[in-house]
Ligand binder design. Structure first.
Ligand SMILES: [Zn+2]
Length: 128
C-alpha cells in the first residue's frame, strides 16, 4: 500500500478534488487527510499551539506508520476558515510548506490551490 498526506481544509467541496489530484501526483493508492478550517493559515501563523501539536501528531502517524511519500498543503477559493485572497493564501501556503520542510527534509512537500471550479493546481512557491 502506498500513501501520501493532504493537509487540507475541512470544507467538503475540496476533499475529492484534492484526493484525486494527489493520488495521481504522487502515484499512490491512498491519501491520508488532516483537515482543519484554513490549515494553510494555521501552519503559517503557528499561534495555536494545541492545534499545531494535533496536526503534527497526525502528520507523524501518516509518515511513520503509513510511510507517506509526500505532503500537500491546500488552500481554496471561498474558504470560511481563511477568507483571504488567492494571493494572500498563496503566501500562507508557502509559509506552511516552508515550516513543514524544516521538520521533514527528506519528503516531497508541495502547495495546492483549489479554484472556484474546484480544480486543483500546484503552486510555484520558490519564486515568492
Ligand atoms: Zn476552507
Amino acid at each position: 500500500m502506498s500513501f501520501c498526506t493532504a493537509i487540507n481544509c475541512m470544507d467538503g467541496r475540496v476533499q475529492l478534488p484534492v484526493i484525486k489530484y494527489l493520488q495521481n501526483r504522487f502515484n499512490v493508492e491512498f491519501v491520508d487527510s488532516i483537515t482543519e478550517p484554513g490549515p494553510n493559515f494555521i501552519l503559517a501563523r503557528q499561534t495555536d499551539v494545541g492545534l499545531m501539536l494535533s496536526i503534527l501528531k497526525r502528520l507523524k502517524i501518516s509518515i511513520e506508520h503509513h510511510g507517506s511519500i509526500g505532503i500537500a498543503v491546500a488552500g481554496h477559493y471561498d474558504c470560511a476558515g481563511n477568507p483571504a485572497t488567492k494571493e494572500e493564501q498563496t503566501i500562507h501556503t508557502r509559509d506552511a510548506v516552508r515550516y513543514l520542510k524544516r521538520r521533514y527534509k527528506d519528503i516531497d512537500i508541495l502547495g495546492l490551490w483549489v479554484d472556484e471550479n474546484w480544480e486543483v493546481s500546484e503552486l510555484s512557491l520558490d519564486d515568492l
